[in-house]
Design a binder for this molecule. Structure first.
Ligand SMILES: [Zn+2]
Length: 97
């Protein structure tokens, strides 16, 4: 009581919160869970870009395996993250086809 409206409930941790929701893959993430989500993507994206700049082979799966615990805690599949990372990579790559 006292709270007029609590518009969001985190799909991952169950916390209710007022704003800063990340809505992705049919889930609503609170700012804390969203930060974990974004960190996984940012880290693997940065690693992939660094490898590409150095002319090394990019293996997104390897990076995702390092975050396996967080990925399963958030309740997403590894493929979900892989697709998210690859689609962001595709945006920064020069068109090759
Ligand atoms: Zn949460």
């Amino acid at each position: 009581m006292g709270v007029e409206h609590v518009p969001y409930k985190c799909s991952v941790c169950g916390k209710t919160f007022e704003g800063g929701a990340l809505i992705v893959g049919g889930k609503i993430l609170c700012p804390d869970c969203a930060r974990i989500y974004e960190e996984i993507i940012d880290e693997c994206l940065a690693e992939a870009l660094e490898k590409m700049i150095n002319g090394e082979k990019v293996v997104v799966d390897q990076c995702l395996d390092n975050h396996a615990n967080d990925i399963s805690r958030l309740g997403f599949s590894k493929s979900h993250f892989k697709a998210a990372i690859l689609s962001r990579l595709a945006r920064v790559l020069p068109r090759q086809v």
